[in-house]
Write a protein that binds this ligand. Structure first.
Ligand code: EPU
Length: 419
């Protein structure tokens, strides 16, 4: 199994280009199932998760190839296989994204029910209830979610509570091919949801309200194949910026979208990182000591839960007491105990981590528990004195392209090893 060896502390200097967003690419890949013919997505990140998703689409009869960031998905052979099997879903929860498109395009879909995840329960009840509201019959059979409709879905009205990125995307994808009109309320408005909506509109869908909490959709008879360039990954960008906060130095980010990053930039500035734009580049620099922060994660345009672990690594080194509350996933704190192994002082209670800043972190063996937790441990390892060994880095490979090579190019002493 792969692991990282990191020798710290080293500040980071140089330029890095942000890759396409995993969480935008996955729903777009699922949306290809809605149209007949070849969809083409560009700027697709080459990650474990995008490869898994391609594997799932192939199981469903899609012909696909991913080369140099261009993904071609040919759906002319779909319609026979309508099942996302347990073996794929258990490796990647986002497999649930095929439920809505398969149902809308072929009248039936079976997706193995995702279980809990590394940090606790992650229900999919809103995906099921939303499709039911559009007129599907949804049942659970032998560990599978089975959705059916006779002919096309009628369409309907549904309110998401709480706001859900995944359920909004899934129900939206089903609604675009419905017979009638649908009204979706309290929708997620993350940039990844907006990109999906824009790609669907470009393919012929009729959607109003994109980027707001209410979407009104007039179903259409068919869609053209999708064409989209995946937006830059705001979480990857935020992770590199957080790396500068944790380790110090000056890094230029190329190819990111400042408007998608606003909620993250505010917190990084509160921590004491200077950030400014220079033409196409976003420059982050830390000159002085880190300041304590008070942060609550919220749906976009709030601070993202996917950045919570990385800023905790910075807060661990701030001069004072920080508080980080995850209102989206109150149990998403498995990184806290691992950061403590590096010398951080963190107490987690009722969804809030209280972090008492320390002067320095010390290298130690730690274990990655999920994607963003592993990123936090890597950042902390770069800033820590001595050697840090991060185990189970397959988690980080799900969502970051060759992260160790790109951090090494910025001056980190990090390398991948194999047992
Ligand atoms: N929720 C429900 N019922 C549902 C669905 C969600 O109660 O049917 C709740 C969740 O328990 C949570 C809240 O709604 O409290 C928001 O969850 P959401 O559905 O938005 O999460 P998701 O769609 O499963 C996506 C990202 C996650 C990211 C969350 C929140 C993808 C593939 N995944 O998950 O990304 O944390 O939105 O922004 O887009 C990651 O990239 O590391 C990652 C975990």
């Amino acid at each position: 199994m792969d692991y990282f060896l990191i020798d710290g502390p080293t500040p980071l200097h140089g330029e890095v280009r942000v890759a396409g967003a995993k969480n935008a690419a996955l729903p777009l890949m699922a949306a290809a199932l809605l149209a007949r013919g070849e969809s083409v997505l560009t700027n697709v990140p080459e990650l474990r998760d995008t490869r898994f998703f391609l594997e799932l689409l192939r199981e469903l009869g899609v012909g696909g190839s991913l080369e140099a960031g261009t993904l071609r998905l040919d759906t002319s052979g779909t319609g026979e296989a309508l099942e996302a099997p347990y073996d794929i879903v258990r490796k990647m929860r986002a497999s649930i994204y095929v439920l809505g498109p398969l149902l809308a395009a072929h009248g039936e879909a079976r997706v193995s029910k995702p279980g809990g995840c590394a940090w606790g329960p992650r229900p999919v009840d809103l995906h099921q209830a939303g499709l039911t509201a559009l007129g599907a019959e949804v049942a659970e059979e032998h560990g599978y979610i089975v959705a059916r409709c006779r002919g096309r879905l009628p369409g309907g009205r549904f309110r998401f509570e709480p706001v859900s990125v995944g359920a909004t995307c899934n129900v939206l994808m089903a609604a675009v091919l419905a017979r009638g009109e649908s009204l979706l309320e309290n929708c997620a408005r993350e940039p990844e949801v907006v990109q999906l909506g824009e790609a669907l509109i470009a393919a012929g869908a009729r959607i109003e309200g994109l980027g707001t909490r209410a979407l009104r959709i007039q179903g259409v008879d068919e869609l053209r194949p999708l064409r989209a360039a995946v937006i830059p990954d705001r979480i990857e960008a935020g992770t590199f910026l957080a790396a500068v906060a944790v380790a110090g130095g000056r890094v230029s980010l190329a190819g990111c979208r400042g408007d998608h990053l606003e909620p993250i930039l505010g917190v990084l500035r509160d921590l004491g990182t200077e950030i400014h734009a220079e033409g196409e580049l976003l420059i982050a620099e830390r000159r002085g000591p880190l300041q304590p922060i008070k942060v609550e994660t919220r749906p976009f345009p709030g601070f993202p839960t996917d950045m919570q672990a990385q800023i905790m690594a910075a807060a661990a080194l701030a001069g004072g007491i920080s508080r980080i509350t995850d209102t989206i996933y109150p149990d998403r704190f498995t990184h806290a105990a691992e950061l403590e192994r590096l010398g951080a002082s963190i107490e987690v209670k009722n969804g809030t981590a209280t972090i008492i800043g320390v002067d320095a972190l010390q290298g130690a063996p730690v274990m990655a528990t999920d994607l963003r937790a592993s990123a936090a441990l890597v950042l902390a390892g770069i800033a820590a004195q001595g050697r840090t060994e991060v185990r189970r880095v397959y988690h980080i490979d799900r969502g970051y392209e060759r992260i160790e090579e790109r951090l090494a190019a910025l001056g980190a002493r990090i390398r991948r090893c194999r047992d």
